[in-house]
Ligand binder design. Structure first.
Ligand code: SF4
Length: 227
């Protein structure tokens, strides 16, 4: 069941912070991730192996925030959630609810476009074992904050997993105690609403932490609210 909590006095997301939405290809801010990136470039020179840019419509009303690029997904292909299982479920659901059009073929040149929607990640570089460190999440947050701030029509943010939820709250300047993470929770925050979902990773779906039906229910709520 959807739970709704209200965040009082939500300030503007990132007044006074860096308004740069995309990091450099060789962003040095996280030494561990930069070293991991370099080792991947040496091992797989045909892969993307760089910070993954946001994908979709900057004028969209929906922003989806994931955790970080998957090693063989976005880190390989260069487009968020493209090329691994998480993308299969996410893009199928976006197509079903009218937030994408075309045919998803798990490659960045498949012609798929997002409709009224953008996808980004809390951390732009692939982390070892899909686990960014707190300092790395903090270092990458200005790019997320700038992404939010430069979407003038933004009304809905969907956080995929707790890390994305917490980093989005910090980007919005909201205390995490005011908006605890729970699958299906909706947190009104100023002119936005923050929607929580468990991450659509293969692990979560294999263990039934997240079923496709549970994932669809969050999108159904967003679609109902946005119209
Ligand atoms: S995770 Fe973000 S801040 Fe860290 S090196 Fe990559 S792009 Fe830079």
């Amino acid at each position: 069941m959807t739970t709704i909590s209200t965040i009082e006095n939500c300030p503007p997301p990132s007044a006074g912070v860096l308004l740069r939405t995309e990091p450099d290809r060789n962003c040095p801010l996280c030494p561990r991730l930069a070293a991991f990136r370099e080792s991947a470039r040496a091992r797989e020179p045909k892969w993307y192996n760089s910070p993954v840019s946001s994908f979709g419509d900057p004028d969209g009303r929906l922003l989806i925030v994931g955790l970080a690029p998957g090693l063989q997904g976005a880190n390989r292909t260069g487009r968020p959630f493209t090329g691994d299982y998480a993308g299969d479920l996410l893009y199928a659901t976006l197509l079903e609810y009218g937030f994408a059009k075309g045919v998803y073929q798990a490659r960045p040149d498949d012609g798929l476009t997002l409709v009224d929607c953008r996808i980004s990640n809390a951390v732009r570089c692939v982390p070892p074992q899909n686990k960014p460190l707190p300092a790395e999440i903090n270092s990458c947050r200005p790019f997320l904050a700038a992404t939010i701030e430069t979407m003038p029509r933004l009304r809905a943010i969907m956080a995929l997993g707790r890390v994305a939820h917490e980093s989005t709250l910090k980007a919005l300047g909201v205390r995490s105690s005011a908006a605890p993470f729970a699958h299906g929770a909706v947190h009104p925050a100023g002119t936005w609403k923050l929607y929580d979902s468990y991450h659509c990773s293969r692990y979560n779906t294999n263990t039934r932490v997240l079923t496709p039906e549970m994932f669809r229910s969050v999108f159904a709520q967003v679609r109902a609210d946005l119209g």
